[in-house]
Design a protein. Sequence first.
Lengths: 628, 195, 159
Amino acid sequence: MILAGALLGTLAMERALVTHDFSLSYVAENNARATPLLYSITGMWSALQGSILLWSLVLAGYLAVMVRYFRSRSTDPLVGWATLTVYSVSAFFFGLMLGPANPFRTIGGPVPADGSGPNPLLQNHPLVAFHPPMLYLGYVGFTIPFAFAVAALVTGRLGEGWLLETRRWTLFAWGFLTVGIVLGAWWSYQVLGWGGYWAWDPVENASFLPWLVGTAYLHSVMVQERRGMLRIWNLSLLLSTFSLTILGTFLTRSGVLDSVHSFTQSAIGPLILGFFGVVVAVGVGLIAWRGDRLRSPGAIDSPLSREGAFLANNVLFAGFAFVVLLGTVFPLIAQAYNGQALSVGRPYFDTMTAPIALTLLFLMAIAPALPWRKASAELLRTRLQWPAWFAGLALLACVLGGVRGLGTLLAFGLGAFAAGAAARQLVLSFRRQGLAGLVGRANGGMVVHLGVVVIAVAFAASSSFGHRGEFRLRPGGVVRFDGHDIAFLGTRTERHPNRVSLVADLRLDGATVLRPAVSQFPFATEAIGTPSVRSSPFDDVYTTIVSPPTAGDPSAVIGVIVQPLIAWLWVGGTLMAVGTFMAAMPGRRRRPTDPASAPLPAAGEGVAVGDSVLVGAPAGAPVPGDPA
Amino acid sequence: MVTPVGSRPGPARGRPRRGRTAVVAALAVAAVMAGLIAVLASSPAATDVQARSPLLGKPAPGFSGRDLSGQAVRLSEFRGRFVLVNFFASWCVPCRQEQPELASWYQEHQAAGDASLVGVVFSDSADAARRYQAQTGATWPVIGPDDQVALDYGVRGQPESYVVDPSGFVLVKIVGRVTARGLDLLLARAKAQGA
Amino acid sequence: MTRLAKRSPARWLPWVVLGALVAGALAVGTSGGSAGRQSIDHRVERVARDVRCPQCSGQSAADSDAETAVAVRATIRQQVEQGRTDGQIKRYLADRYGQDILERPPATGVAGLVWALPVVGFVLALTGLAFAFRRWKAQGLGSGPTEEDRRLVEEARGG
């Protein structure tokens, strides 16, 4: 029913946008007759009220799927509590639409003949059709595991496998969020004109915070599954992930922080903040109430073990999230304390998160090799041998190739180490069980790790070796920059239904033609620049018009930014998506809720033996080389 | 927050300590969150914050140049009167909205001799500004686009106005459009305080 | 594998070699200083990256093509050519635009908290972990047979 309502609302809004029904103030502000069809459709989520409508639609969709999936257990009070929680969250968002964020509010006065059109930055690239829905599928998806966590705490049934059953939901939500964030970075790279893809902007941080905590959760829940430990951590992480999605929504929509991504301000800020307070209070209260039931029967024997690594992982990701959150809200705190105005920008985040990121790379390298319970030096030596040598040689190659700088070298070296460890795991699985053995959680996870390494290396490379320059060129002029020749052929004017563009034609290296532009949209006060990029596996050449030619001067100032390995960021993102998909498929492993000593389902495989024998291991210990 | 151990039948004093840890930790988290929410709830919108300026109470950065009609203009020649330094652009909507207010304020105080007005073109071309001034019947001196002046005053957008007192110190910075009445109130208060 | 063989230097040697290789590579990679990078363009970009574009929401003066950003870059270039230090140039801009024009919060006063808190948090986290591990070890739970277990096994073996 809720889904039907949400669908109806969505269809109504889309119809209004596509038919340019300007009697709705939302349509008048975000659509115009000249707006192309694609951007009329995406106009639904281009501004505040519509985005709440999208949120409600996705939430209603998830609710419907959840109810259907658990219908055989619908009489279980735990499922009931979970459903009730999701209903409450839905009520909040639908309620927002009834009042302050009403997308169907009609215009007060006469119906205008034409609307003002969407924000120019939201109508010049097709990615606007993918990034918000993906992001919302991720963001909103965390509501379901949160609801189950609340239900488990309320009913006190914390020993059963509920969190483990909902693991796949969390994985899907996390996967969508990952894809959404990567698409967002790609989109801002293609559209904003500064040549970067991640600026630690408050809105970007708002989407990153739940991702960080969600990643910690996905890893830490494996310890709960294996040894029944870290339950308070897991519940806290899950509750925090959802709380951070609400906090992120507040930061994005309240206008308290200046951002190139922010929506227009409105009165819903205080309401969302109030909801955040309620969510935090409920979460904290529940954990305090049920804290005594969460004590686990085991202990972590040694820091040098898989459990120890996951615990360190939790601490690192929590620290990462803390730093990002602190940096994002600190200007507000300083202002509230003594009125001083200060900014916390990219340099702060880059400096503070680099050590954490490098440590995480290191952890990614050694954790798959660590056995459960306790590791011996000999075991580690054997398992890490190939990855370590790969890393050492890669580091040597980089230094010989001219790479300098401690941070960059560490990123490349540790990245190679982590990639080696992940690849080793995948090769072992392939040798043991063939191609079919590659699906399942452990190997999917290794592919995701590979994706992360690729992104980390690309990030380090493009940050350290990117160069930017500005050149005043006359038509016919050529400039050589960072190994590329850019010839300025001239400019021309293009007229489109929704804008007038001044386009510069550039020829790159005698071959590719690049067309950066400056466009004037009818209701925008300033012209919007559109970059033109040539991507290759090696580097990206990114061109913009800094100053167009004027009446008296035919020369133009062309901006050029050359950054290596940018394309690999998107490859890494794809790898992460593929890995998530692989991890979601049921592998040939035991079900998560079976005890660790249960036999593998496939007959004939028995207990596989890895590439070394654990000397002196107690009986029933996990098999060496066994990643999960 | 680490998971303490022990479901072994241990000494009875273990149980209250464990339960207390959870409550204490939860209360600590709740306190921090409450503080954060309080800060977020009381934060003004980012756009309202910019009227703070490090120039307040300091000598106004001087400038000298030619206005749009070619006449020499210097800030120091306004010493002894209040001056409103107004940064604007012809395409900016709030600038257009404040233009009549500025005009009437300028006329009144030019006659009284206690305050004057100097415009500075920001993010616009001199030609467009000249046309705009002619269209709106503005008669006060306007300096053409000057990056150094804009930088000296720390201008981030338009319209922004700086009120300079007769001794040459910056009194107040106003972000957004001004009204004649608002300016008069400012002046009256400054005079009362003995500026 | 006897204990002796496990301890033999042959097992550790490849790792020592690898360690030396890595250390050497890093030493070479971090030496040489930044002599080549002191060109005017580099310095201008380095300073501009630490300054916000005055009229944009969130881009640095190095990244943005807005008028004020271009003006700020020109001013920085002028001052670099006059020989002023990075700190002096940033202070010049902060005196005009306010402290929030700088991308990096100052390290003193209340603002210093944003730098200090993560470090403090890290130290606290490490101490917390150390305490937790020590407590677990002291409680003796986990791997390794206890005396009781050994006695049981001895009994079962009939010894």
